[in-house]
Design a protein around this ligand. Sequence first.
Ligand code: ADP
Ligand code: MG
Length: 158
Amino acid sequence: MDQFEIKTTNPEETGNMAMKLAQHLQAGDVITLEGDLGAGKTTFVKGLAKGLGIGRTVNSPTFTIMKEYTDGRLPLYHMDVYRIENSDEDLGFDEFFDGDGVTVVEWAHYIEDQLPEERLDVFIRYIQDNTRSLIFRPKGKRYIKLCKEFFTDDGISD
Ligand code: ADP
Ligand code: MG
């Protein structure tokens, strides 16, 4: 399986990386984020939003499940499904996944059954202090190509 890893040593680096990734995104793209509390998922989304030209402040949508930001190059749908916990109920996520914007889902495994097959899975792992490991696992041709372009052409990979 294609997998790409990058280590960051401070939150700004994580944000900047996500900001650059945003340049490669198009309508209908879906990114999932996994990682413990404090790993850096929301930090990543903040960078992504900045890269899409979103000026509004991005905060964790924990209490609302979904927040949308429409003042950028593409709409950003930011979901945090932590509170849903293994729901089998169809909560209508498809509307966003197939929609006109970029969808980012924190704690996506809670809605595993409802995720599109093709997507970019990102795992953030705490290493120590301010060091994090980010692992990108693209699922499907579109995302493999995206990762190759991002990591190779942008020189992101080590
Ligand atoms: P999550 O959404 O995964 O719970 P947050 O992004 O809200 O995590 O919080 C991550 C915390 O870790 C922030 O306080 C951030 O400043 C800190 N941090 C330290 N080093 C890093 C790093 N390399 N990447 C991302 N966040 C980091
Ligand atoms: Mg968060």
